[in-house]
Design a protein around this ligand. Sequence first.
Ligand code: SF4
Ligand code: SF4
Length: 114
Amino acid sequence: MEKSVSGLVEKTEPVCLRCGTCCRNRITLAFIRANPSDLRRWHSQKRDDILRYFPYEPVSALTSLGPSKLLRRCPFLRRVKKDFYECTIHDTKPEICLGWYCQRSLSSDAVPGC
Ligand code: SF4
Ligand code: SF4
């Protein structure tokens, strides 16, 4: 966070370190659901592979697969190097992922990882 001339604290933009932690967390993944906009985009892009994992429904498909089949990591996550990952569907990933930031990424000490 930074102080403005008026002395008020201004919120800075979150900085994702691309550590991949949130994309390798069962709980976080269970919250991912496609919205209607995601659905339209993936249908037009013929991305059935994404629809398979993130269909649009009230209950996450990841959860409905059953506890034994819950994903430990997102299938679209790729490890680039130690502690540094990339989303292989970044340009069309679920919109819910675009708005997700962890506490660490909101820290004023966060430094971009790329
Ligand atoms: S949002 Fe946080 S946990 Fe997720 S990749 Fe970025 S820094 Fe890591
Ligand atoms: S779609 Fe991308 S950003 Fe979303 S959980 Fe998977 S790897 Fe992470």
